[in-house]
Design a protein around this ligand. Structure first.
Ligand code: GUN
Length: 296
C-alpha cells in the first residue's frame, strides 16, 4: 500500500473531544447543555441502530438526548405535529428526523417543518438552498459530506483548484458534498447512473468522493496516481468464514486502489465515525445559536 491512510476514527475522536469541551464550557457559563431529539417513524432495523448510536454518543459528550418512535403508519399530519411541538420546545435545540421515512410520507414537507435553527442535519430547503448559493452560508451543513471535507482538510489535501469528482447525487451525501467542494473553489464533476465514460472521468480526479452505493465499484484504474479517495459507501457482505458471519466494505476496492491513491479514507473506519461526530458538533452549534452565543 502506498496511499496515506486517512484515519476517520482518530479524526472523529478529535471532533468529539472539541464538542465535549464546548458543552462543558457552555454549562460552566450557566447555560443549559445542548438538547437533541430524534424522530424515528416505523421500525427499520438499520435506522434503529443509527438512532441508538447517536443517542449514546450524546450522553458521552454531555448532550441531552431524547427520542420519539412513531408507528410506521403515522400520518403526515401526526409527524408534522410532532416536529412542530419540538420546534416550540426551548429545551430541544436540534431535531433529527431519521431517513428514509415510510413511503407514504412526504419527506420534503416534513423536513421543511423543522425550524431552520434546529435543523442539525442541514436538510431543510433553506439550509440546502443557501449551501447552493454563492456568498450565502447555511446554518448547518449535512453531517456526512461535512465529515468528508473535514477529513480532506485534516489530511492537508488542497481543495482550491482541485479537480473533484463526486460519484452519486443523493440529497444526503453526493449533492451537498459537491456543493461544499464548489464553495471551497474546487472544480467539481458530479457522476451518476447515466454518466458516460465513468472510469475515464474518475481517473482525472485529484479528489474522488465515492457515494454511489455499489460494492467496491471504484477500481485501481479509475484512480489518478496520488489522488485523495474518500469512500462513503458501507455494505454488509455475508461471509461464513468471518466470526460475525459478514464483513463490511465500501464503494472502493480498497486493496488495489490504495496502491495508486495518495490518500485513502477506508470504509469502515473513515467517514462513518465522522458523520456522528459532525452531528454532535452541529448539536452544540444549535445550542450556541439558541443561547445567542454565536451570530448567524
Ligand atoms: N439516513 C441516512 N443518513 C442520514 C443522516 O445523516 N441523517 C438522517 N436524518 N437520516 C439519515
Amino acid at each position: 500500500m502506498t496511499a496515506k491512510l486517512i484515519d476517520g476514527k482518530a479524526v472523529a475522536k478529535k471532533v468529539r473531544e472539541q464538542a465535549a469541551a464546548d458543552v462543558a464550557d457552555m454549562v460552566a457559563k450557566g447555560y443549559a447543555p445542548p438538547g437533541l431529539t430524534t424522530v424515528l417513524v416505523g421500525v427499520d432495523p438499520a435506522s434503529e441502530v443509527y438512532v441508538g448510536m447517536k443517542q449514546r454518543m450524546c450522553k458521552k459528550l454531555g448532550i441531552e438526548s431524547s427520542g420519539y418512535t412513531l408507528p410506521a403508519d403515522s400520518s403526515q399530519e401526526e409527524v408534522e405535529a410532532l416536529v412542530q411541538k419540538l420546534n416550540d420546545d426551548p429545551k430541544v435545540n436540534g431535531i433529527l428526523v431519521q431517513l428514509p421515512l415510510p413511503g407514504h410520507l412526504d419527506d420534503e414537507a416534513i423536513l421543511k417543518t423543522i425550524s431552520p435553527e434546529k435543523d442539525i442535519d442541514g436538510f431543510h430547503p433553506l439550509n440546502m438552498g443557501r449551501l447552493a448559493q454563492k456568498g450565502r452560508e447555511p446554518l448547518f451543513v449535512p453531517c456526512t459530506p461535512d465529515g468528508c471535507i473535514y477529513l480532506l482538510d485534516d489530511a492537508g489535501v488542497e481543495l482550491e483548484g482541485a479537480n473533484a469528482v463526486v460519484l452519486g447525487r443523493s440529497n444526503i451525501v453526493g449533492m451537498p458534498a459537491a456543493l461544499l467542494l464548489v464553495k471551497r473553489n474546487a472544480t467539481v464533476t458530479i457522476c451518476h447512473s447515466r454518466t458516460k465514460n465513468l472510469p475515464e472521468i474518475c481517473a482525472n480526479a485529484d479528489i474522488l468522493i465515492a457515494a454511489v452505493g455499489r460494492v467496491e465499484m471504484v477500481k485501481k484504474d479509475w484512480v489518478k496516481p496520488g489522488a485523495a479517495v474518500i469512500d462513503v459507501g458501507t455494505h454488509r457482505i455475508d461471509d461464513d468464514t468471518k466470526e460475525k458471519g459478514y464483513y463490511l466494505t465500501g464503494d472502493v476496492a480498497f486493496d488495489e486502489v490504495s496502491e495508486v491513491a495518495g490518500y485513502i479514507s477506508p470504509s469502515p473506519g473513515g467517514v462513518g465515525p465522522m458523520t456522528i461526530a459532525m452531528l454532535m458538533r452541529n448539536s452544540v452549534r444549535a445550542a450556541q445559536i439558541a443561547h445567542g452565543l454565536i451570530e448567524v
